[in-house]
Every structure is written in C-alpha cells, then in structure tokens.
Design a protein around this ligand. Structure first.
Ligand SMILES: [Ca+2]
Ligand SMILES: [Ca+2]
Length: 106
C-alpha cells in the first residue's frame, strides 16, 4: 500500500529551500523491515500527514526553520525548530505519535 501526504508549496519564494525528514520511531528509526515502517523527506509544507498521522517520533531538519503541530491544518500545540537532529519528538514538546502537520516558516 502506498502511503500518501497532503502537501502544499511554500507561499514565500524568498525562503531557503527547506528540507525535513520525519521518522515513525524514535532515534531516526524508520522501522525498516516492519510491515508499516516509514520515513519520508520533503521540502514541502504538509497540512495533513494522512497515512502518517499521529505516528511520528523523531525528525531531522536539514535546512530551514520549521513549525510542527499536533493537529492537522497547522493547528494545536506547536514547536519551532531549525536545522538539527531531534531523536525524541516528545522531548521537544510535541507528544509522541501526535504530529499531524508542519510547515516551513523561515
Ligand atoms: Ca511512532
Ligand atoms: Ca495529531
């Protein structure tokens, strides 16, 4: 089964090209070998994680400053992070398995 995301291009062309990778498990573990393991890397804003909703546990930001939200539509509790490796999303302030949308803000 192919999993899908609902994405949007950035509205602000002045932004650097963002680059973020999100993982199903903590410590950048995609659960490879598991039937439902996943990770994905994108430069697009994701307004609704759809098949990946409420599963993310770690992320890496390679470029840009991103806002991550617990609810779809860039709503609910959020955090803002720049480039770095974040092996435990809960330690950053988003509950584990709750990420639903994210967008680049700078
Ligand atoms: Ca997870
Ligand atoms: Ca959620």
């Amino acid at each position: 089964m192919e999993k899908i995301l609902k994405t949007q291009p950035s509205k602000d062309k002045a932004l650097v090209v963002g680059d973020i990778e999100v993982f199903e498990h903590g410590s950048f573990n995609s659960g490879e070998g598991e039937e439902d393991g996943w990770h994905f890397r994108t430069s697009l804003n994701v307004i609704d994680m759809l098949d990946f909703n409420d599963e993310a546990s770690s992320f890496v930001i390679y470029a840009g400053t991103w806002e991550l939200f617990e609810d779809v539509g860039y709503a609910g509790k959020s955090i803002t992070r720049g480039p770095g490796r974040y092996g435990d999303i809960q330690a950053e302030g988003i509950a584990n398995d709750s990420l639903s949308s994210f967008r680049q803000i700078a």
